[in-house]
Design a protein around this ligand. Structure first.
Ligand SMILES: [Mg+2]
Ligand SMILES: [Zn+2]
Length: 176
């Protein structure tokens, strides 16, 4: 069985720039490529992103899909393969099954890719990423980029916290 790292998108692999509707707004952190290249030696990689701006009408599904495809292509150029990018287009008020912290997409990936969730991780900059990890039965690592510092106090003390994606992945690999 393969193990997986589920990655948040905004504030985790790219800078959080509010509602990202154009590819020119996509800014990777300087360490993202190196970190994901290292991670994929041991883990299958997935992205799970909540984009409530679609439901609220600030951005369209097509704009987000274009941005997501650009991110995948850019990563591919760096030799990084992401198995799937999972998108929730709903807002909290929609009360959908797929919005983080619901474990919906982890469950789908787990079945499709026969993943070992006991050795899988979620990395993200929002408390909902950590709650998703809990709900899905995987490890959660909270990082301090993006919204990470702002919501720091909302995250339980026993949750592992790292300053950024690179440090989180180095930590995970040190545990193998
Ligand atoms: Mg985020
Ligand atoms: Zn949803």
């Amino acid at each position: 069985m393969d193990k997986a790292i589920f990655l948040d998108r905004d504030g985790t692999i790219i800078k959080d720039d509010g509602f990202i509707k154009e590819i020119k707004q996509v800014k990777f952190y300087p360490y993202t490529f190196e970190a994901l290249n290292l991670a994929q030696k041991y883990f299958k990689l997935f992205i799970i992103t909540n984009q409530p701006g679609i439901s609220k009408g600030y951005i369209t599904f097509e704009e987000v899909t274009t941005v997501n495809n650009y991110i995948l292509e850019r990563l591919k150029k760096e030799g990084i393969s992401i198995e799937r990018i999972y998108l929730c287009p709903h807002s909290k008020e929609d009360d959908c099954p797929c919005r983080k912290p619901n474990p919906y997409f982890v469950d789908i990936a787990s079945k499709e890719f026969n993943l070992n969730l006991n050795e899988s991780y979620m990395i993200g900059d929002h408390p909902s990423d950590i709650q998703l990890a809990k709900n899905a039965g995987i490890y959660g690592i909270y990082i301090l980029t993006g919204h990470g510092k702002r919501h720091y106090k909302e995250v339980e003390k026993n949750v592992i916290k790292k300053i950024n994606l690179k440090k989180a992945i180095e930590y995970i690999i040190s545990k193998i």
